[in-house]
Design a binder for this molecule. Structure first.
Ligand code: IFM
Length: 452
């Protein structure tokens, strides 16, 4: 199962999850510093204060990436390193770090893919309302322009936002992520301002003469009704609105979905949408990033028959409670290509959380993760075969890291991080993935790692 020549095999991380050094070189606090230090917010009180100490160990980490043979590395820039107060004075030392990182990648023959926002909003902006405040979108555009001015000559791929759904919904409706709010009106407002921020950033990058390609990453789910009962069909449609169409429709059709106004009427009249916003949000892109983790079967919620849904629990839940459904990735890739956009697509994330640990011989035998990636790479190939213009695949994650509200309690890396010593060690999946990259596809039994 070979992939087309030039297919981009990568690996992904995000700033707050790996960097640490939260008070160094002028970095300001972000909403995740505040949230992770809030008692009870994160499992066992874990924080990103040190994380993988990547801020100091980046050279060694880039060597590991080079050893894997990846063609590209997706990392995020921490807004509070660049603008410690979110806006106003730039912190050149913050930009210096990403400057070194970009150079270090290029020296090793690895293409940088930059995410501008992976959830670490400067706390000073949260103090002024955060994503509920329209001004945050304008500040984001200034930040994007500033990063581009410094790095633009070396970055072939720009992603404005990572997973606006999580930033808006998990952070403002479910309260499980920073800033920890539980208010549906605020959450829907945040969706709009995040999308507006994306649109404004695209305009800022274009105005700055961006040479790289510009896109956004959304986490999308494959949603199915649990049964053919009309009540379950309606619940599945609402869940699809909530998880997918609220992002895809404005980005690619320049309008919120037809059913959005009625569904959200009890909490908002969409008065936050100003003239011209949707045109800005639907600004032409060069590529589209998809993060895939979840496939849902929805059924009606008897407690909330008109607005609610229930997700049928997976038959075989993993340690984070979600199931493994590679076929959902094929479905999503096909859907996006068929219903939304002819743009080149890239899987910017998919991955499996496990409780990895070294065995007596020191090996970290994450065979389940190998089987997971094998399945998802096959699913991606199936979409490609069917004509979907997929150009890359980025496992989440390069290294174990701070998994948000789960802290360090679960591991997603193909490299194991021993946090007390900060040593890194390849898991079996890293050896296997190096083989996939070398062979440009799957040529061996998933549980028999490629000979190195
Ligand atoms: O760790 C996260 C990442 O930051 C965003 N996408 C999902 C991953 C796993 O939960």
């Amino acid at each position: 199962m070979r992939f087309p020549d030039g297919f981009l095999w990568g690996a992904a991380t995000a700033a707050y999850q790996i960097e640490g050094a939260v008070a160094e070189d002028g970095r300001g606090p972000s909403i995740w510093d505040t949230f992770s230090h809030t008692p009870g917010a994160v499992r066992r009180g874990d924080t990103g204060d040190i994380a993988c100490d990547h801020y100091h160990r980046w050279r060694d980490d880039l060597d590991l990436l080079a050893g894997l043979g990846v063609g590209a590395y997706r990392f995020s820039v921490a807004w509070p390193r660049v603008f410690p107060s979110g806006a106003g004075a730039v912190n050149p030392a913050g930009l210096d770090f990403y400057d070194r990182l970009a150079d270090g990648l290029l020296e090793r023959g690895i293409t940088p893919m930059v995410t501008l926002y992976h959830w670490d909003l400067p706390q000073a902006l949260q103090d002024r309302g955060g994503w509920a405040n329209r001004d945050t979108a304008e500040h984001f555009a200034d930040y994007a322009a500033t990063v581009h001015e410094r790095l633009g000559d070396r970055i072939p791929y720009w992603l404005t936002l990572n997973e606006p759904y999580c930033a808006a919904v998990v952070g403002h409706l479910e309260g499980r992520h920073a800033p920890g709010l539980r208010d549906e009106r605020v959450a829907v407002t945040a969706v709009h301002h995040l999308l507006l921020a994306h649109g404004r950033a695209v305009a800022a990058l274009r105005a700055g003469g961006v040479r790289g390609q510009v896109g956004i990453t959304c986490n999308l789910t494959s949603v199915h009704p649990a049964t053919a009962d009309p009540a379950d069909l309606a619940a599945a449609r609402r869940l699809d609105l909530h998880e997918n169409r609220m992002y895809l429709d404005p980005l690619f059709r320049g309008a919120y979905p037809d059913d959005a106004a009625a569904h959200y009427a009890p909490v908002t009249d969409f008065g936050f949408v100003h003239d011209g916003d949707l045109e800005a949000i639907a600004a032409p892109l060069d590529f589209f990033g998809i993060n895939y983790y979840e496939r849902h079967h929805a059924r009606a919620d008897p407690a909330d028959p008109d607005r609610g849904w229930l997700r049928v629990p997976p038959e075989h839940p993993t340690v984070t409670g979600i199931g493994v459904h590679p076929e959902g990735l094929t479905e999503i890739l096909r859907r996006v290509a068929k219903e939304y956009t002819p743009l080149p697509l890239v899987v910017t994330e998919t991955g499996l959380a496990l409780h990895d640990y070294p065995g007596p011989d020191g090996e970290i035998a994450d065979d389940e993760r190998i089987a997971f990636f094998d399945g998802h790479i096959r699913a991606a190939h199936e979409a490609l075969d069917g004509g979907v213009p997929l150009f890359g695949f980025f496992p989440w994650s390069f290294v174990d890291n701070f998994e948000w509200a789960s802290g360090y309690g679960v591991r997603y890396g193909i490299y194991y991080v021993d946090y007390p010593t900060q040593s890194r060690r390849p898991k079996r999946s890293a050896h296997w993935y190096a083989g996939v990259i070398r062979d440009n596809g799957l040529v061996s039994d998933p549980l028999r790692p490629h000979p190195s």
